[in-house]
Design a protein around this ligand. Structure first.
Ligand SMILES: Cc1cc2nc3c(=O)[nH]c(=O)nc-3n(C[C@H](O)[C@H](O)[C@H](O)COP(=O)(O)OP(=O)(O)OC[C@H]3O[C@@H](n4cnc5c(N)ncnc54)[C@H](O)[C@@H]3O)c2cc1C
Length: 84
């Protein structure tokens, strides 16, 4: 059985999203390291806008996945979320 640890460096949206996904599967084996406070980098300055459209089909597909993921988070945690 593999009992190694998974270490994620950086507590911005990317690190936090990876942590959220992996912790659900691996629990306390997953460690998130942040040099300051969560969202200390670009994430803390973001406008919080979720893009729904893109001219590049691959990025448009990513946008759709992102919106679906946020809607799932709202259902799971009751976060504040609006679609305009
Ligand atoms: C002003 C502004 C507005 C924006 N508005 C939007 C928006 O409306 N919508 C949108 O989708 N995107 C927006 N963006 C872009 C978006 O914020 C970034 O693409 C996204 O936050 C990047 O996330 P990240 O996790 O990759 O990086 P970051 O949020 O920068 O996270 C990196 C983290 O790693 C930590 N770190 C770095 N080095 C180490 C180390 N050696 N050890 C431990 N921790 C470390 C940092 O402290 C930081 O917390 C905006 C960006 C800016 C600057």
């Amino acid at each position: 059985m593999n009992t190694g640890r998974i270490v994620i460096v950086g507590g911005g949206i990317v690190g936090a999203a990876i942590f959220h996904r992996l912790a659900a599967e691996y629990g306390s084996r997953v460690l998130l390291l942040e040099r300051s406070i969560p969202a200390f980098g670009a994430t803390g300055f973001s406008g919080g806008i979720l893009r729904a459209f893109h001219t590049d089909p691959a990025l448009a597909a990513d946008c759709a996945l992102g919106l679906t993921a946020y809607a799932r988070l709202v259902r799971a945690h009751g976060a504040d979320f609006a679609v305009n």
